[in-house]
Design a protein around this ligand. Sequence first.
Ligand code: ATP
Length: 258
Amino acid sequence: MILEAKNLSKIYGGSSPGAFYKALDQFNLTINEGEFVGIMGPSGSGKSTLLQILGTIETPSSGELVMDGENVVAMKQTQLADFRREKLGFIFQDFQLLDSLSIKENMLVPLVLNKKSNQEMEERVKQVAAYLGIEAILSQRPYEVSGGQKQRAAAARALIHQPSLVLADEPTGNLDSKSAKALMELLVDLNHQEQTTILMVTHDPVTASYCDRILFIQDGRLLNEIYQGDRRADFYDQILLVQSSLGGELYDTKIPRF
Ligand SMILES: Nc1ncnc2c1ncn2[C@@H]1O[C@H](COP(=O)(O)OP(=O)(O)OP(=O)(O)O)[C@@H](O)[C@H]1O
């Protein structure tokens, strides 16, 4: 998936007439196939808005967005729904699994929607469950498993239809450090092995240090961009440095888990 966004702006209407808020301001972004990109920035800087626009859930107020060669902004709702279902996978902070379904049934939702055959569905569930180490919990309900297992199940659901782009919003936000590390190692492995393009919003410098590149956003604009070098530990230090130069007090400070 190659993604190209040009001059993306998003203006939200205010509660009183004439009041509005510019959450994204002429934002430009190019993501190449197989990249693992992180988005960081203070609370309210526009990260979720950007992710929602790239996930085709929100429409931009202006600007261009081309994904996988398709002009997403020009698509009708039904085309957008197809595009989202076939090409995108979502991982959320709060997992968003359906408690009334087993883990396996949750994983099957994207395949059922994409009208895959039963045999194909069974094979994919087996493959992805083995990859994510959740074979033993397939028949359990989300409320019966741990947070780390829930997020691996949610990742399985996001990956089962082999999306071209995975969008993750604070995927480690509700995980303990061990589960967070396990999830990030899986995402890096997926990125390296399958060339899956991943875009992830996070507040956490340790989680961010797994990315190839990090974009820093402030007030809806791109402020800075840094690339991972040879060592993840050095990248982590660099992330902390940029965060503090952008006003570290604006960030959710967590105890570093590196
Ligand atoms: N639906 C909406 N209507 C009006 N304003 C909104 C809406 N969604 C977001 N905003 C505003 O747009 C700005 C950017 O919000 P956004 O959620 O994208 O920030 P964020 O960087 O993801 O923040 P956080 O890290 O706290 O989740 C904020 O000032 C927010 O209040």
